[in-house]
Design a protein around this ligand. Sequence first.
Ligand SMILES: Cc1cc2nc3c(=O)[nH]c(=O)nc-3n(C[C@H](O)[C@H](O)[C@H](O)COP(=O)(O)OP(=O)(O)OC[C@H]3O[C@@H](n4cnc5c(N)ncnc54)[C@H](O)[C@@H]3O)c2cc1C
Ligand code: FES
Length: 291
Amino acid sequence: MPYKILDKKELAMNEVWYKIHAPHVAKKVQPGQFVIVRAFPNGERIPLTPVTWDRDEGWITLITFVRGKTTMRMANELKPGDELLNVAGPLGNPAPMKKFGKILAIGMITGIVEVFPIAKAWQEAGNEVTTLHVSPNPMVILKEEFENAVSRHIVEGFDLQPGWGMNEIAQELVKRAVAKVKELLENEHFDMILTVGPAGGQKAVFNVVKEFGIPMHADLHPIMVDATGMCGACRVTVGGEVKFACIDGPGFDAYKVDWDELIHRSGFYAPMERLALETYLKQLQAQGGEQ
Ligand SMILES: Cc1cc2nc3c(=O)[nH]c(=O)nc-3n(C[C@H](O)[C@H](O)[C@H](O)COP(=O)(O)OP(=O)(O)OC[C@H]3O[C@@H](n4cnc5c(N)ncnc54)[C@H](O)[C@@H]3O)c2cc1C
Ligand code: FES
């Protein structure tokens, strides 16, 4: 089955949008579900989230944050007309779809991509949805799409300072997210909170939300390999029990997640990921390609 790239564009700094022919996914996918993509013969499998889809025309759209070797290779080497090797899915459980009332849905950096289909469907199901995107300003995406889909869309953007690396960005992200969520919860009542983003940021937001005792649904991002429940790479502890995020999640009750374990496990392959990226960048340099 050819998974043709019908269109591709850079939406913002390090944010690439792909429109992919994948009729079997488009036909069945529900908000909250994801796909596993393998783009290259020697490449790894990575989980990504369909943002929009057309069931009749048989396409889905994906947005990737260019963060490591695979997403960078995809950004550099794939062009419209090329084909992805595999697009497996839809995978995981759909987000709970009911009338909660007033919802605050928070996406940190590219996490906003996963918030989109869920927030849109919650709004269509009769909820009053406020979405909050916390992100460096050059990476703000989907502003207009959110403004058309939900009751209110707030962008909490910040400028990147010269010399900042990932650590400084992460610290600023958490600081901004915590302050904005606190301000919103102190001034308004919400019945439900959703978060998607880095585990450290989600934990910090959860610590604010729990002071207000509001139910919270968190979409988790542990490392995934097969994403069909066969390897346990994605295991997380929820309510004291081991769960596999790819089949039991990716969404869980934030009050039951062992956040410290998730944060620890998320950094497990960081040295290998850095090495894979550095090796790829050296290859590009040797070929005289762009970085
Ligand atoms: C259910 C789910 C949905 C996701 N949806 C999106 C999305 O729509 N857009 C998007 O940009 N990103 C999404 N991600 C994260 C995405 O899978 C990683 O950014 C991607 O795998 C990075 O690959 P890389 O080689 O470029 O970076 P790497 O250098 O390999 O990794 C950078 C970081 O990405 C994460 N990561 C790496 N490999 C995996 C893996 N196999 N499974 C999960 N996380 C991994 C790790 O936290 C790692 O620290 C999702 C993750 C999950 C679990
Ligand atoms: S990724 Fe292997 S069990 Fe979930």
